[in-house]
Design a protein around this ligand. Sequence first.
Ligand code: FAD
Length: 464
Amino acid sequence: MSALVDSLRALVGDGNVLTGEAMAPQLVDWRGRYRGAAHCVVRPGSTAEVAAVVRACAEAGAPIVPQGGNTGLCGGATPDATGNAVLVCLGRMNRIRDIDPDNDTLTAEAGCTLAAVQAAAAGRLFPLALASEGSAQIGGNLSTNAGGVQVLRYGNARELTLGLEVVLPSGEIWNGLRGLRKDNTGYDLKHLFIGAEGTLGIITAATLKLFPLPRVHATGWVALASPAAAIGLLGDLRDEFGPLLTACELISDVALDFVLRHMPGSVRPLGASPWHLLVELSSGGDADLQSRLEAWLAGRLGAGACSDAVVAPSAAQARRLWALRENISEAQKREGISIKHDISLPISRLPVFLEQAGAALAAAFPGLRTVAFGHVGDGNLHYNLSMPEAGDNTAFIAAQPTVNRIVHDLVHAHGGSISAEHGLGQLKREEILRYKSTVEIELMRALKRALDPLGLMNPGKGIG
Ligand code: FAD
């Protein structure tokens, strides 16, 4: 065994350093798309141990790859194939350190799962919510600046964070665990590490915002003729319901059709329509929320703003509507292989983007099926393409670079982003260089050099 493995074992205990076959689950990403190799996997149990591990790796010149729940979708937590990296898994750092009800904050260690953080909020709401929340860890959520279905109301991970504790690439510990909503004392350093995908340091703990727990929900399904009609209705919803509007999800009929075809028990909520909106309102105690939404939608229907609408009469029915949205990814998987894009645009540009991208793709690849859906209230779409019904996998996979070019060039032309939620990781590391200015890339590289002069922190990920 190497001298580095020996010294890591001395720091964290023999059972917390894995080598050989025992590392296998950590060396492949959630989609099975990236596979890597590692010198060893280390599982530190405290911030001091993380710092000691980082110092030992720096002295040995070993690259460090932080890993949380390993649910990331861009290969950010998978090491490269050299086998030189030390994979630092945070799962043993799973304590809730503090809950401060008067300050409405909770301090959690990085290895707490998102579901554990939500549960620990007991009687309050920690609003970050993802389908991966049972496995994804808060350290990974912050390192990817995760989004989800409630960003419209509460913001993404960045906006939910007040303070961080980070082990820097030097092995020093920065304790920035402040529970302050106002603090103008220089650069706000926590924002460097949020969304950095582990390239600037290892997040070991975070102080997070809590909110009142909504007790009343109203969930509606709206049929619409076009994305432009959906954007119009979203604006009207905002004007009418303000902060009560918690989620607004756009669903194309192709996406709904896949769910109806592949997910047993799924039922079309309304008659056929090219587009659908799933709308959720929530409040602490407005008992009339459901009837308010019903009356308002009836008015919009009368004005021709939508073609049909229904409000779930019960919590069970609301869950069935949400299942139609949440099952889209699984249904698309069952339909066959697909090319996925996680994009965002100014909300006002979404209709023209959808029109232009649809036309360009139809011209280049006749029969391609567009499965567009997502958090339209945040301008974030999953713009996924399934191959033509009579197509073959090899030709479809070969088309991917051209498809990406068409989609990403249009996103960029409309002032959008090619990664709205999932980060860059390995997947978009090259692609992003096409769309960021030299000034922006050099600024990011200067920050990387300043914090990680040896380039050991998650090399080959993000902008490096
Ligand atoms: P990992 O996958 O382990 O790591 C992700 C990145 O963060 C890597 O670069 C890693 O090196 C780094 N990292 C991890 N922990 C730390 C740490 N403590 N310090 C420094 N760097 C670290 N994402 C969304 O935004 N919205 C969604 O709605 C959403 N839905 C999903 C649904 C499913 C079914 C799945 C599988 C994924 C989904 N994701 C979603 C993607 C994923 O769950 C998120 O990116 C999540 O935040 C990753 O957390 P993780 O702990 O699994 O991180």
